[in-house]
Design a protein around this ligand. Sequence first.
Ligand SMILES: Cc1cc2nc3c(=O)[nH]c(=O)nc-3n(C[C@H](O)[C@H](O)[C@H](O)COP(=O)(O)O)c2cc1C
Length: 202
Amino acid sequence: MSNEVKVLGLFGSPRRGGNTDLLLDEALKGAAAEGAAVEGIHLSDCRITPCRECLGCFKDGVCVITDEMQRIYPRLLEADIVILASPIFFYGVTGWAKAMVDRVQALWARKYVLHDPALGKEGIKRRGFFISVGGTKGQRMFEGAILTVKYFFDAFNADYTGELLFRQVDACGDIRKNSEALPQAFAAGRKLVSDLRNTKCV
Ligand SMILES: Cc1cc2nc3c(=O)[nH]c(=O)nc-3n(C[C@H](O)[C@H](O)[C@H](O)COP(=O)(O)O)c2cc1C
């Protein structure tokens, strides 16, 4: 890990300028304000084929499908902090986000089938953070997505270090009606970087 903290933001909503986009933009601004190098990828702009379960990756940890996921794998592995933002779609993450999550099976195979030390206990520890919103007030609304995201992060050695979740946010841009939400996202991005830096300095 170099001294520069790298933050990767994954935008999981197909709605540009929507609620999770706004939140993730703020989180990335907060991380940049703390001196991190930030990059954002809009998953709905990427052509990511769903996993075919061919198990080709069990041989060498490399996915056989040659699409835009191939440029996301190195980004995940280079990042110190990965922030995934996805609205709740039917009690899970969006299809755009889930296609990417399933393709991380190649990294899961590197870690758990091929026992790649880079993804083992001695490997680099990354940090993961989840941002989500849902239109209703369902109490269990985020449970499915949180489990998916935890195991997504685990595949590339990222700890699930926190989350920002908002209920009853539905129309595009409604998140702005909560005056605390965007400042919370900015502060979360900032804190993720400063916490990591403090740990590295110890
Ligand atoms: C296909 C689809 C499924 C959805 N499923 C849920 C759901 O299960 N629970 C919920 O509370 N909201 C659900 N919503 C509402 C979205 O979570 C909500 O509109 C959110 O603000 C969208 O975030 P965005 O602006 O970042 O795209 C759904 C919306 C769509 C389009």
